[in-house]
Design a protein around this ligand. Structure first.
Ligand code: ADP
Ligand code: MG
Length: 294
């Protein structure tokens, strides 16, 4: 088993699947008997709150970072073996937080849990950079889309600057039949490919159900892929429903599609198929550009 127990789940571009990855890696390990804490370090945009159904005046990471509460006060049980430390949603509270206190929170959790996952905000703000250096290893999350892969370069650079260490790349929302080579994308970023998570309508449905995907739809392709990824990343043996397929996306069942179409699109990333076919060259040149301007 690896010595790394605190992981930052990070991306350059938003909406690529960081929160989904945080929740499901954590839950897969918790189901295997590991004690897990997941922390919403995206202080400006609370992501985990939906999983713990917080009352409006509940204690959150904001209160802890403002010095007004202990980490324990902001810790909520998600399921057996897994807790979440959510961020608050109020901008006033956000204004009072000091991200520097995060180091203490992480040290405390590191002592008390087998694994800690930090759900990091996208972009390059101070609160984004800090967790990259606090974690033992950074898991880069990206879709195969050129813009997302390109932005991953910046997260790699920020990780290096903050003294952090990149574990590798997780590609999410992958589709079969695309001519983009996942290994090639990781090679171009010069990081190991840790795993791929196929496009799966159950991912979004699970959010609306307030239930981690690996619990909501344990046999689905993305759940199978998340359990594999959790095992690959940590070395923990993870049993559970496995299918012999290679992560084919779920079929286009019209009933499932209907559910997906009716949900709000505010967290939607680019779902369009247009250009996916021709995207490979675009990715290569985007990465080359990023390389040459750094
Ligand atoms: P981030 O935290 O990086 O902003 P999220 O985890 O919130 O990204 O995911 C963004 C959107 O993409 C959500 O609506 C989520 O349900 C959806 N999503 C994530 N992973 C998948 C997947 N494998 N298949 C389909 N949709 C996904
Ligand atoms: Mg998120």
């Amino acid at each position: 088993m690896s010595d790394e127990t605190v992981y930052a789940i990070a991306s350059g571009k938003g909406g690529v699947g960081k929160t989904t990855t945080t929740v499901n890696l954590g839950t897969a390990l918790a189901e295997a008997g590991e004690r897990v804490a997941i922390v919403d370090t995206d202080l400006g945009m609370a992501n985990l709150a939906g999983f713990v159904s917080l009352a409006p005046d509940s204690t959150t990471l904001h209160d802890v970072l403002a010095g007004a509460a202990s980490t324990d006060d902001a810790t909520y049980r998600l399921a057996d073996n897994i807790v979440a430390i959510p961020s608050g949603t109020s901008l006033d509270e956000y204004a009072e937080t000091s991200p520097e206190g995060l180091r203490e929170v992480v040290d405390d959790l590191r002592d008390r849990f087998d694994y800690v996952f930090l759900d990091v905000g996208a972009g390059i703000s101070h609160e984004t950079v800090l967790p990259l250096g606090l974690a033992d290893a950074v898991v880069l999350v990206s879709t195969p889309e050129p813009a997302a892969v390109n932005d991953t370069k910046k997260t790699i650079e920020l990780t290096e600057r903050s003294g952090g260490n990149v574990a590798g790349l997780v590609l999410t929302r992958t589709r079969s039949g695309s001519d983009i080579s996942h290994d090639d994308l990781a090679d171009r970023l010069e990081v190991p490919l840790l795993g791929t998570i196929p496009e799966d309508p159950a991912a979004r449905e699970s959010v609306y159900a307030g239930t981690p995907l690996v619990v909501f739809n344990p046999d689905g392709p993305a759940s199978v892929a998340y359990r594999r990824l959790a095992a690959e990343l940590t070395g923990v043996e993870i049993l559970g429903p496995d299918t012999s397929d290679d992560g084919e996306p779920a079929g286009d069942d019209p009933a499932t599609q209907a559910v997906v179409e009716t949900v709000s699109s505010d967290t939607e990333s680019n779902d369009s198929d247009d250009g996916r076919e021709a995207a490979h060259d675009e990715v290569s040149s985007a990465i080359t550009e990023a390389e040459s301007d750094s």
